[in-house]
Design a protein around this ligand. Structure first.
Ligand code: 4AD
Ligand code: MG
Length: 461
């Protein structure tokens, strides 16, 4: 704005005797008013003057010609300048890699240019000059910079096209998820992160000072999505932050991740929940296919489903060591997925009917076998991405199950209230999208699937 004003003033004083020039000249002589073209669209503008803006990926200099590779979110383009235009040549010599510039130039077909077109630079404006880079955007090999260093400079790291792709895929995945919930008339609800009591027994909780008292960061929207059903909403979903004070430095754990949760009323059996989750995941994968981001295999319904007891028997035959009979170790998860993939050519497997010992107090138990819960996990390429269950909605039984688990009933008083004044039978599940992205894109760690990961030691940037 100031630039424009100054130009206007200068023009006014320079052209005192030539009233006609001013405004017209200002509009045409600078890129401020020229519409920006994205690099992907350049081919539609052969022989035309355009304005492009982006990061300077590279400058190759020779004595008579300079090649500048400009990058925006849609791709890269080779821009050239010859020494005939001395001041422009000089200006380009001062530009450092990763500076942000605006270029006006003429689009030319050029067989030798990497994309078949190039831009002959006519004008260049430095919008932001980069200092020496702490990490490289174009790396010689993928291990040139360590992960912690890359994460320290995450905003430079994500300029790499393969990193950008991760978040484009995530966006598609989420659009697919929302399409499904919209089609099925789910209601999106937002639940608080501050809680007066931990929401997931077993999962470690962060305590925070909350004025004169202590609050806990939500480990799951579990209680509140159930509350919404007690409020008559029938089908809800939540997308929100989930906090786990897990001191595990693994490739699958974060201390903050995104929870995708849904909960539905009037379901009695886990196969009803499994059916919903299958459709939702298929919708997610189809969206990635629609957006043509990566080659993707759409999973077929029904996904393979086996009980925990069957899984343990299969693993025993494979001589895989089992530490707990009520849960799978990461190694067991990996092996089971491999076996299923080989037998059913499917990357997903639902694991059902977990013993009560490994499940929270609110999971419903089978009438015919009280030692088993109506619950499931979903494994994808060897890792758990979902836990779900039919919930116990009868208050007396719920309380009894909490006592069985030696829970502090007083701290659950608020939760128990939700079941006192009429509550439909219901169930639901929670998914970790970071884990889906990690496996879908074969990333080495969940941290790569997260824009700004939080783990045991990382609180920045
Ligand atoms: O298995 P979790 O702990 O289940 C629940 O939170 C229940 N309230 C769900 C329910 O409806 N019964 O967490 C759900 C999912 C996991 O399957 C996993 O994908 C992801 O959340 N998750 C994590 N992702 C990243 N880092 C962590 N520390 C995670 N812990 C769980
Ligand atoms: Mg779980």
């Amino acid at each position: 704005m100031l630039n424009l004003l100054n130009q206007y003033k200068n023009n006014k004083s320079n052209n005192k005797n030539n009233q006609k020039t001013s405004i017209k000249t200002i509009k045409n002589n600078h890129n401020i008013k020229m519409k920006r073209t994205q690099i992907k669209q350049i081919k539609e503008h052969i022989s035309k003057q355009i304005c492009i803006k982006g990061f300077v990926q590279k400058i190759r200099g020779q004595s008579k010609i300079k090649f500048l590779i400009l990058r925006d979110i849609t791709g890269t383009i080779q821009c050239i300048c010859t020494s005939k235009d001395e001041s422009l040549f000089e200006q380009i010599s001062k530009i450092t890699p990763e500076s942000v510039v605006s270029i006006i130039g003429l689009v030319k077909e050029e067989k030798q240019a990497p994309s078949g077109v190039e831009l002959k630079i006519e004008k260049i404006e430095i919008l932001s000059l980069s200092e020496d880079l702490p990490i490289q955007v174009i790396e010689k090999n993928k291990t040139e910079t360590t992960l912690p260093k890359r994460l320290d400079y995450r905003w430079i790291d994500i300029r790499k096209t393969d990193k950008l792709k991760i978040f484009q895929v995530w966006t598609s995945l989420e659009i697919g998820m929302r399409k499904y919930f919209e089609k099925e008339k789910f209601m999106q609800i937002y639940t608080p992160s501050f809680m007066s009591t931990p929401s997931e027994s077993g999962a470690e909780v962060f305590e925070v000072k909350y004025f004169e008292t202590t609050a806990y960061l939500s480990q799951s929207p579990q209680f509140y999505k159930q509350m919404a059903l007690a409020g008559g909403f029938e089908k809800v979903f939540v997308v929100g932050p989930v906090f786990r004070a897990e001191k595990s430095n693994t490739t699958r754990h974060l201390t903050q991740f995104t929870g995708w949760d849904f909960e539905v009323s009037y379901v009695d059996e886990i196969k009803e929940l499994i059916d919903i989750e299958e459709d939702m995941i298929i919708s997610c994968f189809k969206q990635i296919e629609i957006d043509k981001l990566i080659d993707i295999k759409i999973p077929q319904k029904p996904f393979p489903t086996i009980t925990m007891k069957q899984a343990k028997e299969i693993l025993k035959l494979e001589k895989i060591k089992s530490e707990k009979d009520y849960d799978l170790s990461p190694e067991e998860e990996r092996k089971l997925s491999q076996i299923i993939e080989k037998k059913f050519k499917h990357e997903f497997v639902f694991l059902t009917d977990f013993p009560t010992q490994g499940r929270p107090f609110y999971h419903k138990r089978y009438d015919e076998d009280k030692t088993l819960t109506k619950s499931f996990d979903l494994l994808y390429k060897g890792i758990e991405i979902t836990t779900g269950a039919i919930r116990e909605h009868k208050l007396e039984i719920l309380k009894k199950q909490a006592i069985d688990k030696e829970m502090d009933l007083e701290s659950l008083e608020q939760y128990f209230e939700f079941f006192k004044y009429g509550c439909p039978p219901h169930g639901g599940c929670g998914l970790g999208p970071e884990r889906i992205i990690m496996k879908l894109l074969d990333l080495e760690t969940i941290k790569e699937a997260t824009l700004l990961p939080r783990d045991v030691t990382r609180l920045t940037p």
